[in-house]
Design a protein around this ligand. Structure first.
Ligand code: B12
Length: 213
């Protein structure tokens, strides 16, 4: 049963069929599937394939946009099915996608899972200027600043966030965590971020470590 739904989810994204993506997400949730399993094994495998096809020139921008739009609709349903919860560790986490980058599907999943684990989350959206990461973190009283980037060209902004925090003399007030498809532990180490997470569940684990460590 699960396998069929994963397959349907993947196909809906590959075809850029938003209606099918929505139906499949609802069907999965209604039949009691774990929303994150459905996301990871179905929808994300679909969008990753779309990315590969796009990279190798076998699929073009209009199709990428359609697949992305189907993915956004499915993500909304999945995220809504992840209940906000009370966790064992509490803390304030600011999350945003860096300036110049409009990819936010992964970031919204991260936000939903952080909320589900009881963290107090401020989502500053996508294409967010560095000043917003810093000013909003100050206002919100964040413990952790999380940044997302999907483009290799905007990875440098994560480094600039580290630098601007240092320049402002407030780097020690915060822990930082970085994520996004091209981001690695090596990159995190290189720019001096406190943590790297490869996906939303790993993000929860790392944030807990940062808050308790
Ligand atoms: C969907 C998509 C789009 C959509 C985005 C819609 C949206 N609302 O996000 C649209 C169509 C808008 C788009 C546009 C573009 N895209 Co695009 N896109 C993708 C695609 C296919 C999937 C991304 C995605 O949503 N993945 C699914 C999510 C769930 O995964 P994720 O983002 O990695 O997030 C997970 C983890 O990384 C982690 N995580 C992420 N962020 C964070 C943050 C924190 C704090 C933590 C803890 C964890 C964490 O947790 C998440 C959940 O598990 C990727 C290919 C790929 N495989 O990545 C290309 C890709 C990223 N795009 C690419 C390109 C080139 C573009 C465009 C430049 C295309 C163009 N010519 O216009 C534009 C860029 C516009 C811009 N300025 O930003 C390239 C980037 C190449 C590069 N080396 O930089 C890719 C890799 C495709 C490719 N293979 O060529 N794109």
């Amino acid at each position: 049963m699960s396998e069929t739904i994963y397959q349907e989810a993947m196909e809906a994204i590959l075809k850029g069929d938003a209606d099918k993506a929505v139906d499949t997400a609802n069907k999965g949730i209604d039949t009691g599937m774990d929303p994150l399993d459905l996301m990871n094994n179905g929808f994300i495998s679909g969008i990753n394939q779309v990315g590969d096809l796009f990279e190798t020139g076998r699929l073009f921008l209009p199709q990428l946009v359609m697949s992305a739009s189907a993915m956004e609709k499915a993500t909304e349903i999945i995220n809504a099915a992840i209940p906000e919860g009370k966790g064992t560790v509490s803390g304030k986490v600011l999350v945003g996608t860096v300036e110049g980058d409009v990819h936010d599907i992964g970031k919204t999943i991260v936000v939903a899972l952080f909320k589900a684990n009881g963290f107090d989350v401020l989502d500053i959206g996508r294409d967010a200027p560095i000043e917003q990461f810093i000013n909003q973190a100050e206002k919100f009283g964040a413990d952790i600043i999380g940044s997302s980037t999907l483009l290799t060209t905007t990875m440098a902004v994560q480094k600039q966030i580290e630098e601007e925090l240092k320049k402002a003399g407030i780097r020690e007030k915060y822990k930082t965590i970085v994520g996004g498809a091209p981001v690695t532990q090596r990159w995190a180490d290189r720019i001096g971020a406190d943590a790297y997470a490869q996906d939303a569940s790993d993000g929860v684990r790392k944030v807990k470590e940062l808050l308790t460590g």
